[in-house]
Design a protein around this ligand. Structure first.
Ligand SMILES: Cc1cc2nc3c(=O)[nH]c(=O)nc-3n(C[C@H](O)[C@H](O)[C@H](O)COP(=O)(O)O)c2cc1C
Ligand code: SF4
Ligand code: SF4
Length: 441
């Protein structure tokens, strides 16, 4: 039976699922309720000098009937008194000594940092997370992502915290930067014990096109906010991968961004996360999702023979390479399972207008099943992605697996296109229709 316990940079937790700092961790009441239902840890709503919040403060993207695939917020850090938060933190720790309670912090001066670190340690926090990621409101006051975007400042402030920290310190990074490994390395240089990523992505969720006001509306105005939820998961995964693969980072990672179910969590773990944090999915579905998260993860681990989380942290990393290291001789072509095809012809339209004109319709219009033209097919995947029938279009390997050549090897052998109409260019090896043929249709 799988053991879900983790030791994250010295912070012990009965499972890798932590509530991310946000509305679900705003109070001891919520955190106790979540722990009672099975959550392993919680990162408290960021503590600092309490702020005033506006209403309204959230906006969302709905996509084809799915509500809130992306969430935007203009909320700031806690608006509750520090003394209340500390008292409640102590109470939570008393009831749940084996769960991970992490205090998220954001203050300004060195004196303030020293004081608040001591305060949360006295309240029993198992770890500290430095919020250098919030991309709205607080950054305009020189905090949050304003720190995360300046590696030298991040290093200085993390150093202040390390001066007095007696519990593990996690630096939470902002994705609003071109290379997230730069602040990650700064965190390492400052002596941080771990990193967490991502915080929200700076965004404007949309506009009321009749009133000419952006969302979320505050009287007659709005402002930019932070984007999260399922829509940001691919960005978060890439950033986690970048940090995990960087030889100068080498810190435990708490993965965050769009996690909704156990599969999402496994993906983050396979890319190097030891713990995972969740905010939007809890705001959407409540603490109860923990039952599916833990049961699914256990079943996955059992089916793969993993006894502990450590056994598969980063297991997908060796298979993610630079583009220049991919085999140029590997070749797949689309194949339609005629028994499954419902004749919707969506694949034809997609390939005809959006890809490589490699799907033909039958001249007899009563026959709806399209045919793949292998000469034109470049194996891009588009048709298989849009086909509404599961496994109806599959990509079938066509090379014999004996040849292996990468762009890097070609570059080293001086075997690359150097002029615009070079015969070595890949585009010349697949058929392309003449422009005039477009008008004959
Ligand atoms: C309404 C809201 C408030 C948030 N407040 C905080 C905060 O106070 N401190 C913090 O570090 N992150 C905060 N976050 C960011 C989350 O902790 C998390 O990094 C982000 O939402 C991505 O995870 P998700 O896709 O699971 O929501 C907030 C997110 C939301 C949606
Ligand atoms: S999209 Fe799929 S189901 Fe529709 S015609 Fe193409 S192969 Fe058939
Ligand atoms: S894989 Fe790409 S090129 Fe080939 S048939 Fe499908 S859409 Fe067209």
């Amino acid at each position: 039976m799988a053991n879900l316990n983790i030791n994250f940079a010295g912070i012990k937790s009965p499972n890798p699922f932590w509530l991310a700092s946000g509305p679900p961790t705003n109070s001891g009441y919520q955190i106790m309720k979540a722990f009672d239902q099975g959550w392993g840890g919680a990162v408290w709503k960021t503590l600092g000098v309490p702020v005033v919040n506006v209403s309204s403060r959230y906006g969302a993207i709905n996509h084809r009937g799915n509500k809130m695939v992306g969430l935007n917020n203009i909320e700031l850090i806690t608006d509750r008194r520090l003394s209340d938060n500390l008292r409640e933190m102590e109470e939570v720790k008393k009831h749940f000594p084996d769960h991970a309670v992490i205090a998220s912090l954001m203050v300004q001066s060195k004196t303030e940092w020293h004081q608040i670190v001591k305060d949360v340690q006295n309240a029993g926090a198992d770890g500290i997370e430095l919020n250098f990621g919030c991309p709205h409101g607080m950054c305009e006051r020189g905090m949050g992502s304003a720190v995360g975007q300046e590696p030298e400042v991040l290093e200085l402030l993390t150093g202040w915290v390390m001066d007095v920290a007696k519990v593990p310190v996690i630096v939470k990074l902002t994705p609003n930067i071109s290379d997230i490994t730069v602040p990650a390395q700064a965190a390492r240089r400052a002596g941080a014990d771990a990193i967490s990523l991502i915080n929200t992505i700076q965004s404007l969720i949309g506009i009321d096109i009749d009133k000419f006001i952006a969302y979320p509306v505050v009287e007659n105005h709005s402002t930019n906010g932070g984007y999260c939820g399922p829509a940001v998961k691919p960005i978060a995964l890439n950033m986690v991968k970048n940090c995990a693969q960087n030889p100068y980072v080498q810190l435990p990672i708490s993965g965050i961004g769009g996690i909704e179910n156990w599969r999402d969590a496994v993906e983050f773990i396979l890319l190097g996360s030891t713990s995972v944090q969740i905010c939007t999915a809890v705001m959407h579905y409540g603490f109860g999702i923990i039952r599916e998260l833990t049961a699914g993860l256990e079943q996955y681990m059992d089916s793969h023979g993993f006894a502990t989380i450590d056994q598969f942290v980063g297991k997908a990393l060796p298979n993610i390479k630079d583009w220049a290291d991919l085999n140029l001789k590997y070749s797949v072509k689309a194949s339609i399972d005629e028994d499954k095809c419902i004749g919707c012809q969506l694949c034809y339209t997609a390939c005809e207008d959006g890809a490589h004109q490699a799907i033909d319709l039958n001249d007899d219009k009563s026959i709806r099943i399209p045919k793949i033209n292998e000469e034109n097919c470049v194996g891009c995947n588009l048709c298989s992605l849009i086909c509404p029938v599961e496994n109806c279009i599959t990509m079938v390997r066509k090379d014999d697996g004996k040849q292996h050549i990468t762009w890097k090897q070609r570059t080293e052998a001086d075997n690359i296109p150097l002029i615009f109409d070079d015969e070595l260019a890949g585009g010349l090896s697949h058929a392309v229709r003449k422009p005039i043929d477009a008008l004959k249709k």
